[in-house]
Design a protein. Sequence first.
Length: 115
Amino acid sequence: MASSPSPPLTNQDRIEVFRLATRGLVHWYGDQFESGMSDTELKAALEQALGIFGGSGGPDCLSVCHKAAGLCIWGDWQVVNHVEEKPLFSGAATIAMAREVYGIPDPQSDQLSLL
């Protein structure tokens, strides 16, 4: 018996997938968010938080899969097939999402904050 297709992820779902995959980032590096992190520092912190390979899931909750290599994060309402599915976030997009979700400025950027 085939399972029914999962509903498409909303923007809130995508943010929640990101938060679930990067919760270690807040624990280990949260005190550095306000003063900012360079792209190199943030990449290293994300690699630490994502780990070699991990994930989470269960009934009626998002399925999340993540790995440090490539800064890849997958998510869906059904079990994620990380081999065949394209990640929701990877590489520079993962760094950009961390800056957006956690409000991490880049101290090396000349761009003024719009907040």
